[in-house]
Write a new protein. Structure first.
Length: 515
C-alpha cells in the first residue's frame, strides 16, 4: 500500500492513543526509535544505520529519518540534524531500506488484540474472529484457507477456551509457559553438567547409564536411606561387589551439588573418605555410586535410643578410633590434596562406617575448593546443617569463613558422640542439659564427673579427652579453634597434656538461636 494512498503509519505514532481500544502494542516487537530531521538527504556513502527518509512526512529541505535510540547521539550525527521525538516502532524495520540504499515509503508498527472471550460463538464453525472498524466489534469471518480452520490444535484450543472460560484458560497458558521455561532451565543445567563431564572424562570414576543403575540396584528395590537430596539404594556390580547408589532426586541449583560431588570426591583417594566408584547423568536423572558401607552412618549408633545393642557396640575405644579417623579424613581434605577442600557439612549422618566401624566421610554436595594459600573463603550464604554450622557462616562479626568452619562442625559432632545425643534436645526435663555443650563445659570446668556409662578402665579418660577436644573445636572465635593436625595430636596424646579451653560460646540462648 503506497504512502500516498493511505495515512502514513509513522505519522500516527506521533500521538498514539489506544485508550479504550481493543488493541495494544505488541511488546515482543517494540523498539525505541528516535525521529530526527535533516535539511538534505544522506549521501550513499553514509555509514549511519538510519531508516528513511520517510516520504509521507518529509518535504523539501526537511527530510525525516529514524535511528535506534541506543545508537542516537548528537555528536555522531551531522550538524544539520535535529532530534524531533522518540517513539516505539517494531522490528518490521529490520531488513527494510536504509538511508544508504533508498527511501522507505511505508514504515509500520505491530499491534495485537485479545478477543478470545468474544469469539466463543465461532468455535463450532469454520470461521475465525475478525474486527469491524465501523461497529468497533468482533465478527466471524470465513477462512480463505479451510485447512487452517481444520487444524486440530486450533480446534482444541478454541474448544478448551470455550468450555472452561477465559480465566482458567489463562492459567493453563501460564502453566504451559512455566513448563516450557522449566524445560529450558533443565536443558541449560544439563549442558553445564555435560561440559563438566567432558572435561572430566579422562579421570575416574566410571560413567554409567540410567539403565545400568537399574540393573545394579535391581530396579531400586532396597532403599538404604532417604534425605533432602533423594534416596540411597543398595546394589552390586556384575562381579558381585556391593555398592550404594545415591539418586539426586531433589538436587538444588543448576547441578552444583552433583558437580561438587564428582569433582571433589572423584579425584581423591583416602582411607577415611568414601570412594566414588561411578556416576550417572542422563537427562534430569543423576546418580552417584559409592563403595558400600555395611554399618551405615554413625548417626544411627549415637542417636537411636531404641537400639540399645547398637549403642553398646560403640565402646569408648571405638568412639575414639572413629573420632581419630574422621579427623584424619578432614585433615587430608584441608592439607593433603592439591587444592584445599572445605566440606561444610561434617555431621554424624555423613560419617559412614565399614564392617570394622572404621569411618569414612561422605556427601560432598556442599564442598568448596580453594587454594591452600587462601586463608579466607568468600561465601554469599550460610551452608551446612543447623546445629553444626559455624557462627561465622551466619555473621562475619564472629570472624572470617575458612577451614576452621569444618573444625567447628567436627567439634559439634564430637560432643554428640560423647553424649550419644543431639547437642540441643528440647525433650530433656533438666533445663541445664538442654544445650549439651554448655552442660559439659560447666561440669568439667567445676571439676565434676560427667557420669557417663563406663565399662572399662580408661573409659573415663577417653570420655573427658573427647569432650575437651570438642569444646576447643567449637570456640566461637575461629582463630581460637585448633587446626586438624593439632586436633589429632590432642586425640592421640594423653588427657594430662590437655588444658581446658575458654568458654566456647556466649550463652546457650544465643547458640540455640542460631540453630
Amino acid at each position: 500500500m503506497d504512502a500516498h494512498d493511505t495515512a502514513c503509519t509513522l505519522q500516527s505514532l506521533l500521538s498514539p492513543d489506544l485508550t479504550n481500544s481493543r488493541f495494544y502494542y505488541n511488546d515482543n516487537y517494540l523498539e525505541e526509535q528516535t525521529i530526527f530531521n535533516r535539511t538534505k538527504r544522506f549521501q550513499l556513502s553514509s555509514s549511519l544505520d538510519t531508516v528513511g527518509p520517510i516520504d509521507c512526512i518529509s518535504y523539501d529541505r526537511n527530510f525525516v529519518y529514524l535511528v535506534e535510540s541506543e545508537e542516537y547521539s548528537e555528536e555522531i550525527l551531522p550538524s544539520d540534524c535535529s532530534k524531533y521525538k522518540t517513539v516505539n516502532t517494531t522490528s518490521i524495520y529490520r531488513g527494510l531500506p536504509r538511508a544508504s540504499t533508498g527511501a522507505l515509503n511505508n514504515p509500520g508498527i505491530e499491534i495485537s488484540w485479545s478477543p478470545i472471550a468474544e469469539c466463543f460463538h465461532c468455535k463450532n464453525s469454520d470461521n475465525y474472529c475478525g474486527f469491524n472498524t465501523t461497529s468497533n466489534s468482533t465478527i466471524c469471518c470465513k477462512h480463505e484457507n479451510p485447512k487452517d480452520a481444520d487444524s486440530p490444535v486450533v480446534k482444541i484450543l478454541v474448544s478448551i477456551a470455550a468450555s472452561i472460560g477465559g480465566s482458567i484458560f489463562l492459567v493453563l497458558v501460564i502453566l504451559l509457559l512455566y513448563k516450557s521455561w522449566k524445560s529450558e532451565n533443565e536443558k541449560e543445567t544439563q549442558l553445564k553438567i555435560d561440559k563438566f563431564l567432558q572435561d572430566y572424562r579422562t579421570l575416574n570414576p566410571t560413567r554409567y547409564t540410567y539403565s545400568d543403575l537399574k540393573k545394579i540396584t535391581g530396579k531400586f528395590k532396597k532403599r538404604l536411606g532417604q534425605g533432602g537430596y533423594g534416596s540411597v539404594f543398595r546394589g552390586k556390580f556384575s562381579n558381585g561387589i556391593p555398592v550404594a547408589v545415591k539418586m539426586l532426586e531433589h538436587s538444588k541449583g543448576k547441578g552444583e551439588e552433583f558437580i561438587n560431588e564428582v569433582a571433589t570426591i572423584g579425584r581423591i583417594h583416602h582411607f577415611n573418605i568414601v570412594r566414588l566408584l561411578g556416576f550417572c547423568s542422563e537427562g534430569t536423572l543423576r546418580g552417584l555410586i559409592y563403595e558400600f558401607m555395611p554399618n551405615g552412618s554413625l548417626e544411627k549408633f549415637i542417636f537411636s535410643r531404641e537400639n540399645e545393642s547398637a549403642q553398646r557396640l560403640l565402646s569408648w575405644e571405638k568412639l575414639q578410633n572413629i573420632a581419630i579417623g574422621v579427623a584424619r579424613g578432614v585433615e587430608y581434605l584441608h592439607q593433603g590434596c592439591n587444592e584445599r577442600i572445605l566440606h561444610f557439612d561434617i555431621k554424624p549422618h555423613n560419617i559412614l562406617l565399614d564392617h570394622n566401624f572404621r569411618p569414612k566421610i561422605s556427601d560432598f554436595g556442599l564442598a568448596k575448593l580453594c587454594s591452600k594459600e587462601q586463608s579466607i573463603v568468600t561465601m554469599t550464604a550460610a551452608r551446612g546443617t543447623a546445629g553444626y554450622i559455624a557462627p561465622e557462616l551466619f555473621s562475619r562479626n564472629f570472624g572470617e569463613v575458612s577451614y576452621k568452619s569444618d573444625v567447628f562442625s567436627y567439634g559439634m559432632m564430637l560432643l554428640e558422640m560423647v553424649g550419644c545425643r543431639k547437642n540441643i534436645d528440647l525433650t530433656i526435663e533438666n533445663q541445664s542439659q538442654i544445650y549439651f555443650p554448655e552442660w559439659v563445659y560447666n561440669k568439667m570446668s567445676q571439676g565434676e564427673e560427667l557420669n557417663f556409662e563406663i565399662e572399662e578402665d580408661g573409659d573415663v579418660e577417653v570420655a573427658k579427652k573427647l569432650a575437651i577436644v570438642g569444646l576447643w573445636c567449637i570456640q566461637w572465635n575461629p582463630t581460637e579453634r585448633p587446626s586438624m593436625p593439632t586436633v589429632l595430636q590432642m586425640l592421640e596424646g594423653d588427657l594430662q597434656s590437655l588444658e581446658m579451653p575458654p568458654k566456647p560460646f556466649v550463652s546457650s540462648d544465643v547458640e540455640m538461636g542460631t540453630n
